[in-house]
Design a protein around this ligand. Structure first.
Ligand code: AQP
Length: 346
């Protein structure tokens, strides 16, 4: 595999209720990556409409996710911040990938099974095809690294399968047209840290999620300090004090989750947290977690509210980002069309 220029791509859906899992599993890590990589961060609105979205709410939420990116510390002068529907190459490449990906591969995707539930016949075709569009999002930029939460691991594997099959199927024209041995990189998922999978505050075996009907299951990025305090204090726990070693967190999903959240918010490890709080009762630990969460999330929520009050500024950031994103994606997708054998418009 030839060396590809290192490039980070990741996205967040504008589907409401951005929560601590989205922040710790994704957005906080996006911020850190800017020091090391050239990065593109996308509000994936084409993904959002795979389930019904009220049009007015969707518009509001696209701006809100953009505000969350900026408020968390993504610098739009340095990283490319944009929304997917403004860059037509995502949908265009997705169609070509629809003809590369195999039905059997998509049939194995667990997120579709979870999201479609029992009423699968009534799910949109887009929901089924979601992982193919995700592959196009990443590979339109030939991105080499994708920071995501653990729930996206299977979709990243599919992205690699699509890249590999495209490289193999078209190996002849890829070489003839001067692209060497492979046109697409095999993108690396960057999954890790103590909060790769933040769980619901009501049930430590379920992922913290935007669509959970209970608002007490998650901390939203726009929650004020009272709401954060109430949700942490009401979070489900068991009756034992915290253990001193991480092995003691096994089979204690709620304790493990709160310790992981504390560690990620404090840029520490679970071991560090247990060194300090091992033997503590949950009442004391939860008090410290409230203080930490309010100190870290409060300024982000306040800045988000300030930013969304100026939609003109957000729209200008998105327009600038879309132009920069398209400047990378357009020649890549034009080259893909040449490789496939389409005739260019003269
Ligand atoms: N609980 C989580 N822990 C760690 N990371 C998470 N992510 C989501 N939930 C957690 C990561 O956040 C990024 C953006 O996610 P998304 O908005 O694209 O979609 P999602 O994963 O479908 O988010 P939800 O909250 O789970 O939405 P619903 O309820 O609609 O299913 C991704 O990197 C994701 O891994």
């Amino acid at each position: 595999m030839p060396a590809f220029k290192e490039l980070v791509f990741s996205g967040v859906q504008p589907t409401g209720n951005l929560h601590l899992g989205n922040y710790l599993g994704a957005i906080k890590r996006f911020v850190a990556m800017q020091a090391q990589f050239e990065c593109l961060y996308c509000v994936v609105d084409l993904h959002a409409i795979t389930v019904w979205q009220d049009p007015g709410e969707l518009t509001r939420q696209i701006r809100e996710v953009t505000a969350a990116f900026l408020a968390a510390g993504i610098d739009p002068a340095r990283s490319v911040v944009f929304n997917q529907s403004q860059v037509p190459q995502h949908a265009e490449l997705a169609w070509i990938f629809n003809c590369v990906a195999r039905l059997g591969w998509l049939n194995r995707m667990t997120q579709f099974k979870e999201k479609a539930g029992k009423d699968r016949e009534n799910a949109s075709v887009g929901l089924y095809d979601y992982p193919v569009l995700m592959a196009a999002d990443i590979l339109a930029y030939r991105a080499t690294h994708v920071p995501v939460g653990e729930d996206q691991k299977q979709h990243l594997e599919l992205t690699r399968d699509i890249a590999q099959k495209f490289n193999n199927d078209f190996a002849g024209t890829i070489a003839e047209q001067g692209h060497g041995e492979a046109f697409f990189p095999l993108t690396e998922p960057l999954i890790g840290g103590p909060a790769a999978r933040v769980m619901s505050l009501r049930d430590g075996t379920k992922k913290m999620s935007k669509s959970d009907p209970s608002d007490y299951s998650r901390i939203n990025l726009t929650d004020d300090s009272d709401a954060i305090a109430q949700k942490v204090r009401k979070a489900k726990t068991d009756a034992e004090p915290l253990p001193s070693e991480t092995a003691g967190l096994e089979k204690r999903p709620e304790a493990d989750n709160l310790v992981g959240i504390f560690a990620a918010l404090n840029d520490a490890s679970r071991e560090d947290v247990l060194r300090e709080y091992g033997g503590a009762q949950f009442s004391a630990f939860k008090g410290a977690l409230v203080d930490l969460a309010v100190a870290k999330l409060g300024p982000i929520g306040a800045e988000m509210k300030r930013l969304v009050a100026d939609p003109g500024h957000i729209d200008a950031v998105l327009a600038d980002g879309a132009a920069r994103a398209e400047a990378i994606a357009a020649p890549n997708v034009a080259a893909v069309k040449d490789i496939v054998g389409f005739v260019r418009r003269r």
